[in-house]
Design a protein around this ligand. Structure first.
Ligand code: QAP
Ligand code: CO
Length: 165
């Protein structure tokens, strides 16, 4: 296992659109293990491969309180099941220290491959629905700060720059 480096906003490589995984093989299995280690160490609940500079459609997540419900989504797709949205105070390992409210569809169906490469479906509401949409956005090169006003986004960018200096 290896801990990977997490790219931080506004790193330009966070904007790369990830490619579908062609075969769920040993290399992907290793990537999933490394992503879990990286996420655990950083105290995250979700991590997309894009955040560790691997531009393939792989997401790991653990939204359980006891951190004992690891979830893996390869080539995930979502279908919105209801028109309503829910506001949620989102954070991101690539935007450390900042949380802002984002509105997203509240009820979705997730279709993906698991870590063995088998297709599965999962209906999602609440934090799971929020988190999968946040992570799929990463695979598209999109970040939660993109939903904020340009003023708020610029404040965050400048503060992060200062923190790192
Ligand atoms: C995405 O985010 C998410 O600022 C996952 O200092 C978050 O794991 C989706 C984290 C909330 C929906 C709701 C953030 C850790 C972790 C920080 C994360 C920080 C340390 C963020
Ligand atoms: Co994120």
């Amino acid at each position: 296992m290896a801990k990977l480096n997490i790219l931080e906003y506004p790193h330009p490589r966070l904007r790369i659109k990830a490619e579908p995984v062609v075969e769920v093989d040993e290399r992907i299995s290793q990537l999933v293990d490394d992503m879990f280690e990286t996420m655990e160490e950083a105290k995250g609940i979700g991590l997309a491969a894009s955040q560790v500079d691997v531009h393939e459609r792989v997401i790991v997540m653990d939204i359980s309180d006891d951190k004992d419900e690891p979830r893996v989504y390869i080539n995930p797709e979502i279908e919105v099941l209801e028109p309503g949205t829910q506001p949620y105070d989102e954070g991101c390992l690539s935007v450390p220290g900042f949380y802002e409210v984002v509105d997203r569809p509240a009820h979705v169906m997730i279709r993906a491959l698991d870590r063995e490469g088998n297709p599965f479906e999962e209906e999602a509401v609440g934090l799971l629905a929020v988190c999968i949409q946040h992570e799929i956005d990463h695979l598209e090169g999109k970040l939660f700060v993109d939903y904020l006003s340009p003023l708020k986004r610029d404040r965050i960018r400048k503060k992060l720059k200062k923190q790192r200096a």
